[in-house]
Ligand binder design. Structure first.
Ligand code: ATP
Ligand code: MG
Length: 323
């Protein structure tokens, strides 16, 4: 659907931005996981920006590219903010954005920058860390599903039920801690979880939730660089955790788990975006573009009043004027 076909009557500039967002989003989107190979996705990819070739920044030379893309992101953020306002007013659709990544891939920064223009009342972020005893006493999706966004809202999961086929798969010990009846823990458990996740996301989509999932694909080298920065820069010390360094030893196992996860859970109604994450400015643009494209894919508009509603407004107006 072309942008101009949406009911929102976007300005020409908005429509162009939406079309550019669609193109950029599509470049990194996996809608069908069959045969997906993570190794084919370059974490340092900067797409069409390599040669400054982009419809919205026609001749950005390498030097000015940073500025130009900053402006572009700012524009995207403004558009996103208007779309979110309509989403909220319309109160029909909801949006679920899932972020998964290795440490230091930039999840927090992306969420902060991309959602910076969005009204805090229309957006909620939930971070999922090591599960509590209460959480472990429930089914594996419980702690997430109870926080799914209500209509009109954008819900962000900073980590999610996908940890259940990632960290829990890499460290089998976590599975033991999950209080599952023994006979239910078989070699088929990961496939069962994939199946359950697919069903859940289809269910959500059928109920009006737009699901978009992001894997921030950082390279092992770039992660090392960022860890070193966290160690060397006192202002970043708080972000550093020695456990994160230990986790690097399992890098290949994690990559296998991510690949399998994307193969098994990418779907048309719940696609994965494999976002190159070695360049933060590019990561942010791709994520913003993907959310804009997602919102542009549904018929967003402010609710309009019927005749009776308009009559009520006229009455209220008359009352106010008579005071
Ligand atoms: P940051 O480090 O930027 O604060 P973070 O998301 O890495 O953000 P941490 O508290 O460092 O937060 O880490 C959360 C940890 O909890 C991660 O290592 C993650 O793999 C782990 N975790 C999340 N869900 C589960 C789960 N279901 N079972 C076991 N571990 C989990
Ligand atoms: Mg961490």
């Amino acid at each position: 659907m072309a942008a101009s076909e949406t009911n929102a009557e976007w300005s020409e500039r908005d429509a162009r931005l939406i079309n550019a967002a669609r193109k950029l989003a599509a470049r990194h989107m996996v809608r069908d996981g069959d045969g997906f190979k993570l190794s084919k996705h370059d974490p340092a990819d900067i797409g069409a920006f390599e040669d400054g070739e982009h419809p919205l920044i026609p001749d950005a030379a390498a030097g000015s590219r940073k500025e130009a893309t900053k402006d572009l992101l700012a524009e995207g953020v403004r558009l996103l903010s208007r779309m979110q306002d309509m989403l909220y007013a319309q109160n029909r659709w909801s949006v679920l954005l899932v972020f998964q990544a290795m440490d230091a891939a930039g999840k927090d920064g992306v969420i902060k920058h991309v959602m910076s223009g969005v009204n805090p009342q229309g957006c909620e972020v939930h971070s999922f860390k090591q599960p509590s005893a209460e959480e472990l006493d429930h089914d594996f999706m419980w702690r997430c599903t109870r926080l799914a966004p209500r209509r009109g809202m954008i819900g962000i999961f900073n980590r999610s039920y996908y940890e259940e086929v990632l960290v829990v798969r890499v460290h089998r010990g976590y599975l033991e801690g999950q209080q599952l009846p023994r006979e239910l823990v078989t070699d088929g458990i990961w496939d069962e979880r994939f199946k359950d996740i697919r069903s859940y996301e289809r269910y959500m989509a059928r109920n009006g939730t737009i699901v978009r999932k992001f894997f921030l694909n950082v390279s092992r080298d770039e992660q090392k660089k960022r860890f070193l920065e966290r160690i060397d820069d006192p202002a970043k010390n708080w972000k550093f955790s020695a456990a994160d360094v230990a986790e690097r030893a399992h890098w290949d196992e994690y990559m296998d788990a991510y690949q399998d996860m994307i193969r098994n859970t990418a779907a048309d109604h719940a696609p994965w975006s494999v976002v190159p994450a070695d360049n933060k400015w590019y990561t942010r643009l791709v994520v913003a573009a993907t959310i804009i494209a997602a919102l542009a894919s549904v018929d967003l508009h402010y609710p309009s009043l019927d005749e009776a509603g308009r009559a009520k407004l006229a009455d209220a107006r008359a009352q106010l004027m008579a005071e």
